[in-house]
Ligand binder design. Structure first.
Ligand code: ZN
Ligand code: ZN
Ligand code: ZN
Ligand code: ZN
Length: 232
């Protein structure tokens, strides 16, 4: 999963890897044109957040959040686009403080625990890198880096998706030849769960439990099959 995936710039449509996209997004002419349309006297800060799988780095999102968005807004977005299977707990770990979806003040094992109501402007700064975890059992771990903070015309949305990795094509684990079209949620933990159309029929766990491959670092885990709100 270390392949460098590309994604499209939402404004000009050009394709870049994540690192290049972070640079491109600050200088994209089409983006500047779009921002000029909003030109007015009301300005507010926006944070640029680059989000990727901590281990599955091929999955990434480049977003901007208005400074008055809360950690809960970011959590909700991550659940909506990549993660939500059955309402597991989640937490951000920022500067040694845990910000949890269901904070338990005595559960911090020595480090402070808070809820997610804090506004971004009060908890993050440009240049920070922090962790996020969804589901403390079959955990999906993410890394979020704050690559930008700029004052911009007040736009309606608290959240804008600037780019996202293109869907990844996998080769079948069984035959090693054809394109995988489904995943077995049992075998994925042994790196043997990706199956092409042909190998699905002969899969030992049975055909009926196979699931869709989706554009998320959580695909195949705990029944996760993708987002209806933000399809690939
Ligand atoms: Zn662009
Ligand atoms: Zn679940
Ligand atoms: Zn196959
Ligand atoms: Zn299986």
């Amino acid at each position: 999963m270390s392949k460098q995936t590309k994604g499209k710039c939402r404004f000009c449509g050009k394709e870049y890897t994540k690192t290049s996209m972070v640079k491109h997004i600050s200088s994209c002419k089409e983006r500047k044109n779009e921002l000029e349309k909003y030109e007015n006297d009301n300005k507010i800060g926006y944070f640029g957040l680059a989000i990727s799988g901590k281990y599955a780095k091929s999955y990434w999102l480049i977003t901007e959040f208005r400074e008055d968005a809360t950690l809960k807004d970011v959590d909700k977005f991550l659940r909506d686009i990549w993660l939500e299977c059955c309402g597991h707990l989640s937490s951000f770990n920022i500067d040694g403080i845990s910000y949890e979806s269901n904070p338990n003040p005595s559960g911090g094992w020595g480090h402070p625990v808070k809820g997610m109501n804090g506004k971004l402007i009060n908890v993050i700064r440009k240049g920070m890198v922090f962790d996020y975890e969804y589901d403390f059992g079959s955990t999906t771990a993410l890394i979020i880096s704050v690559f930008d903070y700029r004052i911009e015309p007040l736009k309606r949305e608290k959240l804008n998706i600037l780019s996202r990795n293109n869907p990844i094509e996998y080769i079948c684990d069984e035959c090693g030849e054809k394109k995988a079209t489904a995943v077995c949620p049992e075998c994925i933990y042994e790196d043997a769960g990706l199956l092409c159309d042909d190998c699905q029929n002969e899969h030992e766990c049975g055909n009926e439990m196979l699931m869709n491959i989706c554009n998320s670092p959580r695909f195949g885990v705990c029944g996760y099959e993708g987002s209806s709100k933000y399809p690939d």
